[in-house]
Ligand binder design. Structure first.
Ligand code: C5P
Length: 228
């Protein structure tokens, strides 16, 4: 199988304030992790899935992934995460089987990301040979600040917000992670720091990251809207 997705789900969810690992928080009755993994299994092209989970919840996570994967359970692995996202992604990359050429790294916290977004990012990466990220224009006015003092307005026409999955040629991403001198908040940052080219495709509003309770309420509303 030539492609894989690493779903990072080992974050603590401190900002959500629920006192549970974030990916194990339900959205409209279904765990974020279940939603995120199920989407990967709906993709038309067979895709190996590695879930990076909190070390204390590996068994629970394995059962959950097995339930979602069904007969495709052989195409999955569950591994413990690290102290930050960077370390968790590295653990996921280490667990990929031979033969994978393209890897997407996906936040479990973006559990409503549409399947079409995965297909679009993988397709553009294969077409160009580069790293590819989904991106949306920034709509707020953006200021640079020093403490509480506004220093300047930043030209937002040159800014985007990026989402996941972020897709890369696996060997180059592995090399970039090995060479990384500092933790980055996304994989495109690691890839670029190692000299790789990263391109964008249009993102989707539903691929927002659930970080706060407000995001969770928004996610519940999106699911309710889909059902209506
Ligand atoms: O903390 P943040 O919301 O930026 O995390 C983004 C994604 O990275 C989440 O899906 C989270 O579970 C994952 N993560 C991880 N290991 C960590 C920290 C975050 O897998 N140590």
């Amino acid at each position: 199988m030539s492609r894989a997705v690493v779903v990072v789900a080992a974050g603590s969810g401190t900002r959500l304030g629920i006192g549970d690992a974030k990916a194990f928080v339900p959205v409209a009755g279904e765990l974020m992790l279940t939603r995120a993994v199920r989407t990967v299994f709906t993709l038309p092209e067979p895709t190996f899935v590695v879930v990076v989970a909190p070390a204390a919840r590996l068994d629970e996570c394995r059962a959950l992934v097995a339930a979602v994967a069904g007969p495709a359970v052989d195409l999955t692995a569950v591994v413990p995460g690290g102290a930050d996202r960077h370390a968790s992604v590295q653990a996921g990359l280490d667990a990929l089987p031979d033969g994978v050429a393209w890897v997407g790294v996906h936040d479990a916290a973006r559990c409503l990301t549409p399947a079409a977004q995965f297909d679009a990012v993988f397709a553009r990466a294969r077409e160009t040979g580069d790293g590819v990220v989904p991106a949306l224009p920034v709509t707020d006015t953006v200021k640079r600040v020093d403490g509480d003092r506004v220093v300047e307005t930043v030209d937002r026409s040159a800014l985007v917000g990026v989402q996941t999955p972020q897709v890369f040629p696996l060997r180059a991403l592995r090399d970039a992670y090995t060479a990384a001198l500092q933790s980055e908040t996304d994989d495109a940052g690691v890839f670029r720091a190692a000299g790789g080219v990263v391109r964008t495709v249009p993102g989707d509003a539903d691929a927002f990251k659930i970080t706060t309770r407000w995001d969770l309420a928004r996610a519940e509303a999106v699911v309710a809207g889909t059902r209506a």
